[in-house]
Design a protein around this ligand. Structure first.
Ligand code: PGA
Length: 250
């Protein structure tokens, strides 16, 4: 069976305990809507408490994990710890981590391997810079990142998120035809690379909001969205979820 569309929120480095009231509202509103899978990726500090509050109605994700297992690595959090705290997903290789922490495709692939071993579903982010796009190499860059960031084993269990760096937090989005072309390029390349064994979901991310979400969801090859700023408030995130063509109210 084809996996359902996935709409994932990414709170980034925002959120205090009091903000879990937003999660309560989401869980109350969207508990049983199986046609669209909803995930909220919380800061690590809120995961365990969030899991107690979400009670399975909304799946939770972490925003990163260490590639190594538990050990003497001060300040790092292993994939198994994230899973223990209640995460089912983990965002990996977000462009902010590639930029702020120098994460390479190889780092991301190693983290994805650890995440899979801990039972987490990695949401692996890839995306071109504006410079790449203007130079006409966006597809080559994104396909290259996708192939090198997926772990060799278990690639088919990973979700990819195409997030143009220039679209994140800027209010800018690529045209529908550019999104379609990129999703098609990535899916064909991965099917070829993994000998047809790759049939995973590819999300779009970057300035998704309640106004543009439906148009983006209707683009061929788009299997959902990764939403940053607009996921912080349940009203906005909820409006994005409801705008998915497969979403059905109870
Ligand atoms: P944005 O962020 O929706 O705020 O642009 C998306 C992301 O970085 O995942």
């Amino acid at each position: 069976m084809r996996a359902p569309p996935l709409i994932a929120g990414n709170w980034k480095k925002f959120g205090r305990l009091a903000d879990l009231a937003e999660l309560d509202r989401l869980a109350a509103a969207f508990g049983a809507k199986a046609a669209v899978q909803i995930v909220l990726c919380l800061p690590a500090t809120l995961l365990a408490m969030g899991a107690a509050r979400a009670r399975g109605a909304i799946a939770l994700g972490a925003q990163d994990c260490d590639a190594r297992s538990d050990g003497a690595h001060t300040g790092d959090i292993s994939a198994a710890m994230m899973a223990d705290a209640g995460a089912e997903f983990v965002i990996l290789g977000h462009s902010e981590r590639r930029r702020d922490h120098g994460e390479t495709n190889e780092t991301v692939a190693a983290k994805a391997k650890a995440a899979l071993a801990a039972g987490l579903t990695p949401i692996i982010c890839v995306g071109e810079t504006l410079e790449d796009r203007q130079a006409g190499r966006a597809e080559a860059v994104v396909v290259g990142q996708a192939i090198a960031s997926l772990p060799l084993e278990g690639a088919g269990q990973c979700v990819l998120a195409y997030e143009p760096v220039w679209a994140i937090g800027t209010g800018l989005t690529p045209s529908a035809s550019d999104i379609e072309a990129m999703h098609h390029a990535v899916k064909s390349a991965l099917a070829a690379r993994f000998a047809g064994a790759w049939d995973g979901r590819v999300l779009y991310g970057g300035s998704v909001n309640p106004k543009n979400a439906e148009e983006i969801f209707r683009v061929a090859g788009v299997d959902g969205a990764l939403v940053g700023a607009a996921s912080l408030k349940s009203a906005e995130f909820g409006a994005i979820i409801r705008s998915h063509p497969l979403y059905e109210a109870n």
